[in-house]
Design a protein around this ligand. Sequence first.
Ligand code: THU
Length: 133
Amino acid sequence: MDYIKLKESAIKASNSSYAPYSNFHVGASIQCKDGSIYSGCNVENRSYGLTNCAERSAIFNAIGDGKKDFTAIAIYSPDSEYPLPPCGACRQVITEFCDGNVLVFFSGKDKIFKMLLIKDLYPFDSLHDLKKE
Ligand code: THU
């Protein structure tokens, strides 16, 4: 599978980015096992630390619609000179909901996506045993 729709959704989502402080626009999309796709963009705030990355926006949109099983995530920024992988905080959030074999596609302005497994981007994952339900 080439995940073309997923990548296109991430590119489209970057158009909605709210990034008046960094001027760095990001879009992300996550694909569910049922084939549905949820997208999100980075949403900045004048209190800078409240900024939400595109990856987390996409995941929270999916979770809010009752989805929990994912196969792949795509990230795109028209403002990045290099393929933009998820930040550390987003890697942690991705691994909350995705097993290690979930695919991560990431691209900068040239729209050439690199692909890695989340377990390679986030090794030594931990603390899943804290779940109570
Ligand atoms: N950002 C993302 O949305 N995803 C990433 O993977 C890296 C960074 C956002 C956060 C902030 O709005 C802007 O990009 C600059 O860091």
